[in-house]
Design a binder for this molecule. Structure first.
Ligand SMILES: Nc1ncnc2c1ncn2[C@@H]1O[C@H](COP(=O)(O)OP(=O)(O)OP(=O)(O)O)[C@@H](O)[C@H]1O
Ligand SMILES: [Mg+2]
Length: 329
């Protein structure tokens, strides 16, 4: 296998371990990095799609579009095969993850005109019974670094120390457990320019809230990034702490309502009741995430080989034994 990280454009994700295991992995101490510059929460003039760049692989059949603000976005359409609810999920989670200081690309509403769809030969949906027209109007956009950038969806273990915000994997796990992500964590590695270090950005939140179920089920192992060596240096509950504390103290009803205000009403107009129920549960389950993390560590201890009870000051070992017992029972 090549020693270079795999490019997303060149090959599908391959999730076996790459390279020699590094027991003295990079420092996962949180708080050393500023949130990504991509992670601004946007408000302002509408963003219109102006040019089709290419189709993307993936179940939602998204497209890379250039937009009126001069930026590029991966755009998912309201009639995408994964369902309209996944757009609501993307928008809510993009906002909430940004509020938690996680490295997610900007999440915006992109207006796509019928005209552009008709002009572009590649802008259609591939359905089992043939081609279908993409629905124009308000679409979900996730900011893309640009088509000329090298972007990788995996990274070799022996080069993890080149990733400047590796600690954010712990934070994203907090988020994915909170939102019951029903898909493995999808990430991208890239750098903004030749002088900066590579960073990880977290993408694809469409399957949070168990995709179109809009429900919660605690399966924390499922939502981890498949190359689990990125978690190896996590040694204590404090590795998760900045995000856990923020989640418990700041992601309250008002913040969740602010997230909902960013979602175009046409994506959920006839579904306000289940959506409100979902968001009420989301607020309530903040308190359970800490327990879920400890339960995950107890049951998947091989993934956290450096975990040290002695270093963890947040919970007594009696607490952790109780968590382990409840997880195994
Ligand atoms: N902000 C972004 N910047 C760069 N690439 C992105 C971004 N968001 C998504 N992608 C890429 O676009 C493709 C589709 O994105 P995404 O995974 O969100 O949609 P999907 O259709 O649900 O895909 P899948 O079914 O494979 O999970 C993927 O290759 C992903 O890596
Ligand atoms: Mg995906």
């Amino acid at each position: 296998m090549s020693s270079d990280p795999s490019r997303t454009s060149a090959q599908a994700c391959h999730f076996q371990e790459l390279g020699v295991q590094n027991r003295n992995g990079p420092d996962l101490t949180p708080g050393k990095e500023q949130p990504s510059r991509l992670a601004a929460i946007r408000e302002g003039p509408p963003i219109n799609a102006v040019e089709h760049i290419r189709r993307n692989r993936g179940g939602s059949q998204s497209h890379l579009l250039k937009c009126s603000d001069g930026k590029y976005y991966v755009v998912k359409f309201p009639n995408n095969p994964q369902g309209k609810r996944t757009l609501v999920n993307e928008m809510l989670c993009g906002f909430l993850a940004t509020k938690l200081a996680l490295p997610v690309p900007s999440s915006v509403v992109v207006q796509v005109d019928q005209d552009l769809i008709q002009r572009s030969e590649q802008m259609f949906l591939d359905l089992p019974d043939g081609r279908a027209r993409l629905q124009a109007g308000a679409c979900f956009g996730s900011e893309h670094p640009g088509p000329d950038k090298d972007i990788y969806d995996s990274w070799p273990e022996r080069r993890l120390d080149e990733i400047s915000n590796l600690a954010d994997f712990a934070g994203m796990l907090v988020f994915d457990i909170w939102t019951s992500n029903n898909d493995f964590r999808q990430v991208l590695f890239f750098r903004r320019d030749d002088k900066s270090q590579h960073r990880v950005a977290m993408v694809d939140n469409g399957f949070c809230f168990r995709a179109t179920e809009w429900a919660f089920k605690d399966k924390p192992r499922l939502a981890m990034y498949p190359l689990t060596y990125v978690y190896k240096s996590i040694s204590r509950i404090e590795s998760f702490e900045p995000w856990l504390t923020k989640l418990e103290s700041e992601m309250n009803r008002a913040t969740i309502a602010e997230a909902l205000a960013r979602v175009p009403k046409e994506w959920y107009r006839r579904e306000l009741t289940p959506l409100k129920k979902l968001l009420a549960q989301l607020e309530k389950r903040r308190a359970e995430v800490r327990h879920q993390i400890l339960s995950l560590v107890a049951t998947s201890w091989r993934l956290f080989p450096n975990w040290s009870e002695a270093h963890s000051t947040m919970h007594s070992s009696a607490d952790r034994r109780a968590v382990a017992a409840s997880a195994s029972g």
